[in-house]
Design a protein around this ligand. Structure first.
Ligand code: PLP
Length: 403
């Protein structure tokens, strides 16, 4: 057979595959060979979707919601109205249904937002560590990611963000509670960011997908709720993937000023088209299924187990207990990094966090994410959203033995 004659675009070629999805694929290959891997890479909740949502999905099929008209590009008016109510009642932000867009997962909505906002060369401030996808979406939209470092405790500062602002800065990207660190931003910090955005004419893209998975007892603060001026320059993104355990059904939405939302809808109309009619039918019902204390408790048990186990690892540590989401971003000791770099097979794996993740997968059969694609090569990311919480101490025992 002739070799492929297809030359892919230079920009597209420079985009790595989603590291999280790629590692999951490796894990599945090992599992299919009968290797008992404990998978700490998963970016999805351990819980099943509530029964009522599963019933709604079937009902949508039976109702015959199959046509384009059931999946309007910006989402159904009924669902946008319900989302506007959620933003008003839970986040203190007033959006009209015209100021709401529905997309294919929060990821799809974020992609629409960066495409709608960025011209070539525009800079986007991304607080590091960050979700692996954010810089790549920025690059695909023609923008330039600019990383804002944080201290050992992963908490950004207003001064740290301000130091990175240039004449090209267009957007400040926020994600609280944060993937991968679990850091939550308090109102005082967000007020500081809001002032910066107003002073320097920035747009804020605020990703609140982990809003409900929060352990510090503090109310989630959406930056757009902090005044008219900041509302007028913020896109607030959310969805039910994490809270209602439907990541594969691709439900996501955003609120923001109508001119930007309209452009996001135009982008979506030429790309994926509107979000699935079945998912929209489910999403409407999801707003009436509260994220109750039982669901939160289930995440808390796992987080607490992870925090306890991390305390006596020795070679790795959690700089502070995560306040939200379901990950731990574990810092490697200098001694561990030294030892890993000196391994005879180090070059097979790559950078030091990739060596750590590769060795754990190959020798301990524990899958973790290297920290590098999240912005720190000194860390590895573990997810604690495991069906069986007993797998958490088991996995940490294996990590302890391997290192
Ligand atoms: N934002 C962050 C920070 C995430 O971690 C994820 C998923 O991992 C998403 C957005 C995407 O969510 P969705 O599955 O709704 O596309």
């Amino acid at each position: 057979m002739a070799e492929s004659r297809i030359r892919v675009s230079r920009l597209a070629q420079s985009i790595p595959p989603s590291e999280t999805l790629a590692t999951s694929a490796k894990v599945r290959v090992l599992q299919s060979k009968g290797v008992p891997v404990i998978d700490l890479t998963v970016g999805e909740p351990h819980l099943d979707p509530p029964q009522v949502l599963r019933d709604k999905a079937k009902e949508a099929v039976d109702l015959g919601l199959t046509r384009y008209k059931h999946a309007p590009v910006n989402g159904s008016l009924e669902l946008r109205t319900r989302i506007a109510r959620k933003f008003r009642e839970e986040n203190g932000i007033d959006y009209s249904p015209e100021e709401v867009t529905i997309g294919n997962g929060a990821k799809g909505v974020l992609d629409n937002a960066f495409t709608a906002l960025l011209d070539p060369g525009d800079e986007v401030l991304i607080i590091s560590p960050y979700w692996v996808t954010t810089p790549q979406q920025v690059r695909l939209a023609g923008g330039t990611p600019v990383f804002v470092p944080t201290d050992r405790d992963f908490m950004p500062t207003v001064e740290g963000v301000e130091a990175k602002i240039t004449s090209k800065t267009k957007v400040l990207s926020l994600n609280s509670p944060n993937n991968p660190t679990g850091t939550k931003y308090r109102e005082k910090l967000l007020r500081g960011f809001a002032d910066l955005a107003i002073t320097h004419d920035l747009v804020v893209v605020d990703d609140g997908i982990y809003e409900y998975i929060s352990f510090d007892g503090q109310k989630h603060v959406s930056i757009a709720s902090l005044g008219d001026e900041i509302r007028a320059r913020t896109i607030s993104v959310n969805g039910h993937s994490k809270s209602h355990s439907i990541p594969g059904w691709r439900d996501g939405y955003a609120g923001g000023p109508e001119n930007a939302i309209n452009v996001m809808n135009n982008v979506q109309s030429q790309r994926s088209g509107g979000p699935s009619a079945i998912t929209q039918y489910v999403a409407l019902a999801a707003f009436d299924v509260p994220f109750d204390s039982e669901r939160l408790e289930s995440f808390r048990v796992r987080r607490d187990l992870m925090v306890r186990e991390a305390e006596d690892l020795g070679t790795l540590s959690l700089p502070k207990p995560p306040e939200g989401a379901f990950y731990g971003f574990l810092e490697m000791s200098e001694a561990l990094m030294d030892k890993l770099r000196k391994r005879a097979d180090a070059s097979k794996y790559g950078s030091v966090s990739e060596i750590a993740a590769g060795v754990l997968l190959d020798e301990a059969h524990v899958a973790v994410m290297p920290g590098k694609p999240f912005g720190s090569d000194r860390h590895i990311r573990v997810s604690n959203a495991l069906k069986d919480p007993d797998d958490i101490p088991k996995a940490f025992a294996k990590i302890r033995d391997a290192f």
